[in-house]
Ligand binder design. Structure first.
Ligand code: NAD
Length: 362
């Protein structure tokens, strides 16, 4: 297969972790006989520095014509002046909207070897395997913003169509998993949440009678996610609640550096990025965990290129690297932590071990 992949390293640790993912994708292409063409473009703070805009026209155009986009992260203290005219995050929000990427999939399945890094009791974590489906192009992040010297407001709005399509996507995903959907809202207070709950109930009942749906208020969900995470299968929620709950869920896995994400629309083109940010506190020190970015590359293969065996192969290689104790500093406790490059090499070594059976099968 030939595929055009746009790489947007972005800011902070973004370039370090996307380089790792590109190395792994290159190895997969070699092992399986594919041709992936990588085009690097600017986004976020790096783009503001280079040309004054967080999403240059050239970057947007390249993304609109690619098979998939691999992103690092955007933002950092250099561009965080609240009075700044342009901000790095605007580039990412505009890109998600321009590509129509309304569904953000964030799988969370703690790895047995990394349980020690999680601040949660290990017996609560065994067998946890959940998927958060976050609405990505609506809600308060995209609503009208007002500011006067003594007042500020952010509008949160959702249309029926926006809720229907994300709940439908979540139901389809639940159907292919354990058939359980938890819809999270704040229906006791917010009108948008009352609409959300009404639409979610109808879509599940009319179109997915085989999917079992339950509703949770977001504040209770924040507690249940830590107290009984094993009970959840697919969790669907609006933009801001999903953003916050998945950072919380990362603590089930042990580190933000382990969680990948896929942002999808109605077609096959998607944007793949770790759920973490640009981590300015560790940027440039070669110590970032590359696994979330590498696992995002696996999601890219599965969802945009439909290369399921190749995606499985990457996920197995990361899993084996973790089993073998290939821990970066965010996961390591007593052992000496690996650098970003060394952790990437550990994954590449396990990918290479898989090469022989593939060649023989051909
Ligand atoms: P962050 O996710 O960047 O970092 C939070 C903590 O987790 C830090 O201590 C960091 O060192 C650690 N961490 C994150 N990723 C790691 C990795 N791969 N390996 C090891 N440790 C890792 O969140 P933040 O500090 O709140 O935000 C920093 C910047 O990133 C801000 O400008 C924010 O706006 C931006 N941000 C961008 C995105 C995105 O691009 N999608 C998402 C979240 C935050």
């Amino acid at each position: 297969m030939h595929a055009e992949i746009v790489v947007l390293p972005g800011d902070g640790i973004g370039p370090e972790v996307t380089a790792a993912a590109v190395d792994v994708l290159t190895a997969v292409a070699r092992n399986f006989g594919h041709c992936f063409n990588f085009q690097h473009h600017l986004i976020g703070g790096a783009a503001i520095d280079a040309c004054g805009a967080p999403l240059p026209e050239e970057t947007l155009h390249a993304c609109q014509h690619a098979d998939a986009v691999l992103l690092g992260a955007v933002g950092g203290p250099k561009w965080s002046d609240p009075n700044a005219r342009v901000r790095p995050e605007q580039g990412l929000l505009a890109l998600r909207q321009a590509l129509g990427l309304y569904a953000n999939l964030r799988p969370v399945a703690p790895h047995p070897a990394a349980l020690g890094a999680a601040p949660i009791k290990p017996h609560l974590l065994a067998g946890v395997d959940l998927l958060v489906v976050r609405e990505l192009t609506g809600g308060i992040y995209f609503g009208d913003k007002q500011r006067s010297p003594d007042h500020a407001s952010d509008l949160c709005s959702y249309s029926v169509v926006e809720v229907e399509r994300i709940v439908r996507r979540a139901c389809q995903l639940a159907r292919a998993r354990r058939g359980k959907l938890t819809s999270v809202d704040k229906a006791n207070v917010l009108e948008t949440s009352r609409l959300w709950r009404e639409v979610a109930t109808r879509v599940a009942r009319e179109e997915f009678p085989d999917v079992q749906i339950e509703h949770q208020l977001v504040d209770a969900m924040a507690m249940h996610l830590l107290a009984r995470p094993r009970e959840y299968d697919v969790i669907v929620t609006e933009n801001m609640f999903g953003d916050i709950l998945t950072d919380e869920a990362s603590m089930l896995a042990g580190s933000l550096g382990l969680l990948p994400s896929a942002s999808l629309g109605d077609g096959r083109r998607g944007l793949y990025e770790p759920i973490h940010g640009s981590a300015p506190d560790i940027a440039g020190r070669g110590m970032a965990n590359p696994y979330a970015s590498i696992l995002s590359a696996a999601l890219l293969l599965r969802h945009s290129l439909e290369l399921v065996d190749e995606a499985d192969c990457i996920e197995r290689a990361v899993s084996e690297a973790l089993h073998a104790g290939a821990f970066t500093a965010d996961l390591a406790s007593t052992t000496a932590p690996l650098s970003t490059r060394a952790a990437t090499r550990a994954v590449l070594a396990h990918l290479c071990e898989e090469r022989q059976p593939i060649v023989m099968r051909d």
